[in-house]
Design a binder for this molecule. Structure first.
Ligand SMILES: Nc1ncnc2c1ncn2[C@@H]1O[C@H](COP(=O)(O)OP(=O)(O)OP(=O)(O)O)[C@@H](O)[C@H]1O
Ligand SMILES: [Mg+2]
Length: 335
C-alpha cells in the first residue's frame, strides 16, 4: 500500500496517509479523488490528487488556491475539511474528511432525492445554505455550486466540496469565469460563451446565490440539472434575454417558491443574501411542502431539525430499506 506523507495545512507537521488507488470516489476534469486512511488517527479520508503536468499554469494555480481557501474555511460546518496537503511540483494532494454517502448529483440521477420526504429535502437545502453562508461571511465565493460538488457524510449532512474555482474576494481575480455553465447566473452566461462579450460581469456573492437556488430547485423537483434540454446558446437566450427560468411545481409552498424566485432574479442586487436564505429556511416550518409530500407527513408544524430527527429515527428502524438506497452504485460526476 503506497504511503503518502502530507503536511498539516497550518503547523506543517508531517502526517502519513495510505492512498487506495483502486477505490476512486470521483474523477473530475482536473483531479481524481481516492479513498485513503490517515495512518495517525486511523480515520478514513478522501484524497484529491491533481496531476500538475496535465494542467496549464492557470489551473496549477487553482490547486494552490484550493489549499489556501480550504485552510481559511477550516472549522466551518457543511464544508469538507482539509486535513493535510502537499505540492510536489508534479502532483498536488489534499487529504480531507471523507463523505461516505456519495454526492447530490448521484442522489438526483438515481432518483433517491425524489423519494425523500420534504423535511429531509429542506434539511439538505438548509445544510448547503449554512456552508455557503459561512463562506460568504468570510468573503469567499464558491463559484461552482452544483449537485456534484455537494457530498454527504455518514450522518447524511450535506458538505460543500471542490474549492478549485473558489475565490477569496480580497485576493483573487473575480473576472476568471469558469465552472459549470448550466448553474451560472445570467450575468455570466454570455461571458462564458464569449470572453469579450460586453455583458460579461465579475463574480460576486449573488452569483453563488443564483447557483444555490438552482440546486434548491434540483432538490425540490428531483431533476439532476436545469435546462438539460437546451444548448448553451439557447440557455443564454432563454435565461438572459427572455428572462425565463425553470418551472416551479404549482403545488410548492409559496414561501419556498418565493425564495427560489427571488434567488434567481435577473438583477443580482435583487437576490437575497445567503444569510437571508438561511434565516428563511431556519424559520420555515414543515408546512413548506408540496401538496403530495404533505399528504405523507404526519404533522404540518414540525421544524427542520425535528424533521431531521424523525428522519434519523426512521433511518435507524429502516436501515436497509432507506440507508441502503443512499449507498447505491456511484454514477459519474455531474455536468
Ligand atoms: N471529501 C470527499 N468525500 C467523498 N467524496 C468526495 C470528497 N470530495 C470529493 N468527492 C467526490 O469526488 C468528486 C470530484 O471531486 P471534486 O469536485 O473536488 O473534483 P474536481 O476535479 O474539481 O471535479 P470537477 O472538475 O468535476 O468539478 C466529487 O463530485 C465527489 O463525488
Ligand atoms: Mg467537482
Amino acid at each position: 500500500m503506497p504511503k503518502l506523507t502530507l503536511k498539516h495545512p497550518t503547523n506543517k507537521t508531517n502526517i502519513d496517509f495510505s492512498i487506495y488507488r483502486k477505490q476512486q470516489l470521483g474523477d473530475g476534469v482536473y483531479s481524481t479523488v481516492y479513498k485513503g486512511r490517515n495512518l495517525q488517527t486511523k480515520e478514513t479520508v478522501a484524497i484529491k490528487c491533481m496531476d500538475l503536468a496535465k494542467l496549464d499554469s492557470c489551473n496549477s494555480y487553482t490547486c494552490v488556491k484550493e489549499f489556501r481557501i480550504m485552510t481559511k474555511l477550516s472549522g466551518g460546518d457543511n464544508l469538507t475539511q482539509i486535513q493535510a496537503k502537499l505540492n510536489t511540483g508534479k502532483f498536488a494532494y489534499i487529504a480531507m474528511t471523507y463523505a461516505e454517502n456519495g454526492n447530490l448529483h448521484e442522489w438526483l440521477v438515481d432518483g433517491k432525492c425524489s423519494s425523500l420526504e420534504m423535511g429531509m429535502k429542506l434539511s439538505i437545502m438548509h445544510g448547503i445554505a449554512n456552508g455557503l453562508a459561512y463562506m460568504h461571511d468570510r468573503n469567499i465565493l464558491h463559484c461552482d455550486i452544483k449537485p456534484a460538488n455537494i457530498v454527504f457524510d455518514g450522518m447524511l449532512n450535506p458538505l460543500i466540496c471542490d474549492f478549485g474555482f473558489s475565490k477569496d474576494m480580497a485576493i483573487d481575480n473575480l473576472w476568471d469565469l469558469r465552472g459549470t455553465f448550466y448553474y451560472k447566473a445570467p450575468e455570466h452566461l454570455w461571458g462564458l460563451i464569449d470572453a469579450k462579450h460586453p455583458d460579461r460581469k465579475a463574480y460576486a456573492k449573488p452569483s453563488d446565490v443564483y447557483s444555490y437556488v438552482l440546486v434548491m430547485w434540483d432538490i425540490l423537483t428531483g431533476n439532476y440539472c436545469p435546462y438539460t434540454w437546451m444548448t448553451k446558446h439557447e440557455v443564454a437566450v432563454w435565461v438572459c434575454e427572455q428572462g425565463k427560468r425553470e418551472y416551479i411545481p404549482i403545488d410548492t409552498d409559496q414561501d419556498l417558491a418565493d425564495l427560489i424566485t427571488q434567488g434567481w432574479s435577473h438583477d443580482p442586487a435583487s437576490r437575497q443574501t445567503m444569510g437571508d436564505i438561511l434565516g428563511a429556511l431556519d424559520s420555515m416550518p414543515m408546512h413548506a411542502v408540496t401538496a403530495a409530500a404533505l399528504s405523507k407527513t404526519t404533522t404540518t408544524t414540525t421544524s427542520i431539525s425535528q424533521s431531521k430527527q424523525t428522519f434519523f429515527h426512521n433511518l435507524a428502524h429502516a436501515e436497509t430499506t432507506v440507508r441502503g438506497q443512499f449507498i447505491a452504485a456511484r454514477r459519474p460526476a455531474g455536468p
